[in-house]
Write a protein that binds this ligand. Structure first.
Ligand SMILES: Nc1ncnc2c1ncn2[C@@H]1O[C@H](COP(=O)(O)OP(=O)(O)O)[C@@H](O)[C@H]1O
Ligand SMILES: CC(C)(COP(=O)(O)O)[C@@H](O)C(=O)NCCC(=O)O
Ligand SMILES: [Mn+2]
Length: 858
């Protein structure tokens, strides 16, 4: 099936297969996830590429996803029914895995070699002529050392070419890669892939390269300057006696450049030189004051020297970049290289220079993977791993918590081992140190207008660990696709609530923080309340709090942030600390209670006429959506009554009109009107939400009505647990149980391959022999209460092909995300709003108000 987004970067023909013959576990068999050696795996899986620069070694490496046991009968059946084969979309298998980004100082190359060796990163290449792709000058300089220490040859790749292919890949494949940074404010820029070229790429490493990029593989190095990152670090070291680059940068944050720079006002007796547009505070000459005073270096504060130097170099690079952009008529300048280091003052100064000299015509943009362009380009130069073929929707960036801490610095990628991760969190507790999430530093508002003023002290903690993990791990999931029924995938924005609004962020931060103790309680209980579970629970709480605190401080720390991302982060964090299903027992209890009353409900419904029935069913979905363990208000409610009592109360309160009430339009579409014949839908996708009453007494009866009318139904559920949401793994058993009491469900479930055992007895409507439409279950690809329809499972994408009705249910799926989504088919959004503030903001209503939004195919 052709991908919808049209984001394909480049097509190539053949892809590798892993050779699994002779596979053997390496090391200790008792270990949980031991490394598996593939002795016959030839060099076609490229694990590692390097960029060895004058200052830093950048490493990009790939690790395969550990295989999850595929013992899911539903999956096999659905694949057959929907005609999905493994090679359905591609004529070759592309490997799912993770792309990691790590860096080392070049003069500590031995640390880097140890790292490669300990992780066996060079072992993907097992034949005699093993090669690692590398770029940068060190690829020449250290080739012998690599041969000697690791037994591998370095295959040199051209540095400029790597920078360009790395930048092109990032700009096309990573959604929030580029951003502007002006006066302390960061804003992500959505790059239109079809309108990317030409641009100027400025890589600020030790030295600076300026490259005009016209397309993939089409570029020209048009200029450069020897005044770059090496100059700042080298001169700064001499002048301040700093021991590390970060220390130097940190000094600058407390500096005042006016003590050392000569300002226009110094020359003009405190006045502006307004005729040529220079204010008194403009720097006339960097370090210029040092000439007129009878002072030695000791008489200047190192803080002021560092700031003056940083400003001088950043401004100069910005200015030269602009001149080159002007030379070639380029409007966009992307800045990369580790000199930038996500530092607000540096970026603001460069942006100011570009903006000032171009009169706002040209724009400076920065890249989140700033220093990894060359290494990424080298990685992509392996012909066989197919990375260049990946599309935006197949890459998911994750920010794992926990990384090895050595000598106060984060080294390498996040820890995979749970115990290490927990003790890492515990270390902070023992030390009483503030927990800082391993993410980039970019303190907001550190500069005044145009980068000329003294940086304010706000947020001036320079995170020593930050630069190593300022990007997440890129997960490559080749089975993700764009949901084919989106009306306009390019315009689609999943999040309804934008957390770049500080008020919103603060509110949701408080909501999630307040919910944390209860969540930890449930998580620990789900694992039997053991001491181990308590320890993990504690570590999880600290880890998640650290993420939240970090995001409060720097909302753009992980890229553009929406509420959906925050809710997803919470679930991922739980999984990192091995809580795989925190609401397990609650879900089970509610499923059982609801299944027990289902037969009565179905009987009640079957005694109604068509119109009343449809209304009752929609009402039922809205009422049952009250069972949501993610909502504070609902959890309080559950302490006051039994499931059935709450359900009854909720149904009683379902008076129309609802706050958003398109029921009449939906009814007309379903049942027709005087002058319109009803026309049944062919296939409906029902995005289900919570376990218990929500799915059993709400969505299943609605599905049954559609089936009765001859519409095929696909229940779309989460791939992994999140709160009390039902999963695709759990649904078949629930359907089977419900089918015991209902012929319609039984026949449809059989037709959909959901019932394997013929143990169902028919107790409901009279037998009819007509062939049944199918009821199926597909997974959506998520383990979160929200869903981003740009990245869904291939199962769901395949099921969507013949669908002409989409029903989204619940706050997460229909309100927090997708409330504004437009579909190319009929769409019904159903949810009870279980949060007062959201009700006020979104529908101008109150908590427990309902949304029934019908949007016919456009
Ligand atoms: N931890 C660090 N150690 C040294 N330099 C750093 C560090 N972090 C950032 N830098 C800056 O980044 C520059 C190197 O950038 P990079 O893109 O890696 O270039 P190169 O390939 O020349 O090493 C250094 O000159 C320095 O200005
Ligand atoms: C986590 C949720 C999105 C789940 O809602 P659902 O999709 O189950 O309707 C929702 O409960 C929520 O937004 N909770 C946080 C707000 C609160 O506690 O009020
Ligand atoms: Mn839910």
């Amino acid at each position: 099936m052709a991908p919808v987004g049209g984001n394909s970067i480049h097509r190539s023909s053949s892809r590798p297969q892993l050779d699994l013959s002779g596979a053997a576990i390496q090391g200790n068999f008792e270990e949980k996830d031991p490394t598996i050696l593939l002795p016959n795996q030839s060099d076609d899986i490229s694990h590692l590429a390097l960029d060895i620069g004058g200052s830093l070694i950048k490493l990009v490496y790939f690790s395969r996803h550990e295989d999850r046991p595929v013992n899911d009968r539903r999956k096999k059946t659905i694949k057959e029914r929907l005609g999905i084969s493994n090679n359905n979309r591609r004529s070759y298998p592309i490997l799912g895995g993770r792309l990691h980004f790590v860096k080392f100082e070049t003069h500590k190359i031995n640390q880097c070699l140890d790292f490669i060796s300990s992780k066996q990163l060079h072992c993907g290449v097992s034949n005699e002529n093993a090669v690692i792709k590398a770029t940068g000058g060190g690829a020449y300089k250290y080739a012998d050392l690599f041969k000697e220490r690791l037994g591998v040859s370095i295959e040199k790749e051209d540095e400029m070419s790597c920078l360009v292919s790395g930048a092109n890949f990032l700009l096309k494949a990573i959604r929030h890669e580029a951003f502007t940074h002006m006066e302390g404010h960061k804003a992500f820029v959505q790059i239109d892939q079809n309108d990317l070229f030409p641009y100027l790429l400025v890589n600020i490493g030790s030295g600076v390269s300026m490259i005009k990029v016209d397309g993939d593989g089409q570029f020209q190095r048009v200029s450069g300057t020897n005044v770059g990152g090496g100059t700042y670090w080298g001169l700064g070291r001499l002048l301040t006696k700093c021991k590390s680059f970060d220390e130097l940068l940190e000094l600058s944050q407390r500096g005042d450049n006016r003590t050392i720079d000569m300002l226009v006002g110094d020359i003009y007796g405190g006045m502006d030189y307004s005729k040529i547009g220079l204010s008194a505070s403009t720097i006339a000459s960097s370090f210029g004051k040092a000439i007129s005073e009878n002072k030695d270096i000791e008489d200047y504060r190192p803080e002021d020297i560092s700031l003056s130097l940083l400003r001088m170099i950043s401004y100069n690079i910005g200015q030269i970049s602009y001149l080159n952009a002007l030379r070639f008529g380029l409007k966009r300048i992307f800045f990369g290289g580790f000199f930038i280091r996500g530092h607000a003052y540096t970026m603001d100064t460069i942006s100011f220079a570009v903006q000032f000299w171009s009169n706002g015509e040209a724009q400076a943009m920065f890249l989140r993977h700033e220093g990894f362009l060359g290494a990424l380009g080298a990685f992509m130069s392996y012909e066989k791993h197919g990375l260049d073929d990946l599309m935006v929707h197949q890459l998911v960036e994750r920010f794992p918590m926990g990384a090895p801490y050595i000598g106060g610095n984060v080294h390498g990628p996040p820890l995979g081992d749970l115990n290490e991760k927990i003790s890492w969190m515990e270390k902070f507790i023992l030390k009483g140190t503030e927990i800082t999430a391993p993410v980039p530093m970019a303190p907001p508002g550190t500069t005044g207008l145009g980068g000329f003023e003294v940086p304010s002290s706000k947020g001036d903690i320079l995170r020593p660990d930050a630069s190593k993990l300022n990007v997440g791990v890129l997960h490559l999931v080749p089975t993700l696709e764009v949901f084919p029924l989106l009306a306009d995938p390019k315009m689609y924005e999943p999040n309804t609530i934008d957390l770049s609004d500080p008020g919103e962020l603060e509110y949701w931060y408080t909501v999630l923080s307040d919910h944390l103790p209860d969540l930890v309680d449930k998580a620990v209980a789900s694992e039997g309340g053991t001491d181990d579970a308590k320890r993990r629970g504690d570590a999880f709480a600290r880890a998640f709090s650290a993420h939240l605190a970090r995001l409060m401080e720097e909302p753009a720390a992980y890229g553009k942030l929406g509420l959906a991302n925050l809710l997803e982060l919470r679930e991922e964090c739980l999984r990192e600390f091995h809580f795989f299903d925190a609401y397990r027992s609650i879900k089970q209890r509610e499923n059982e209670a609801s299944l027990a009353v289902l037969p009565d409900l179905l009987r009640e419904i079957d005694n109604m006429n068509e119109e009343t029935r449809l209304l009752t069913l929609v009402e039922g979905v809205l009422a049952a959506n009250i069972f949501d363990w993610g909502s504070r208000a609902c959890v309080d409610l559950y302490h006051k009554g039994t499931i059935i009592e709450i359900y009854r109360m909720s149904r009683k309160k379902m008076q129309r009109p609802w706050r958003v009430d398109d029921f009449d339009a939906f009814k007309e579409r379903m049942l027709g009107s005087q002058d319109k014949e009803p026309c049944k839908h062919k296939r409906a996708l029902l995005f289900v939400d919570n376990s218990g009453a929500d799915v059993v007494l709400g969505m299943l009866p609605l599905a049954r009505e559609l089936l009765r009318r001859g519409t095929e139904v696909v229940l779309v559920a989460n791939s992994l647990p999140a709160l009390n949401d039902i999963t695709a793994m759990e649904l078949p058993d629930i359907v089977a149980e419900a089918a015991k009491h209902c012929d319609i469900l039984r026949r449809a479930a059989e037709a959909g391959g959901l019932l394997v055992d013929a143990m169902i007895s028919n107790q409901d409507s009279p037998k009819d022999n007509s062939s049944s439409v199918a009821l199926m279950v597909v997974e959506n690809g998520y383990g979160s209460p929200c869903i981003d329809l740009r990245q869904v499972s291939s199962e769901l994408a395949a099921a969507a092909k013949d669908a002409d009705l989409v029903i989204l249910e619940g706050m997460g799926r229909a309100l927090h995300t997708n409330f504004n989504a437009r579909f190319s088919c009929d769409a019904l959004k159903l949810a009870m709003v279980k949060n007062q503030r959201l009700a006020e903001k979104l529908i101008n209503g109150n908590i427990y108000d309902c949304v029934c939004r019908f949007e016919p195919a456009g």
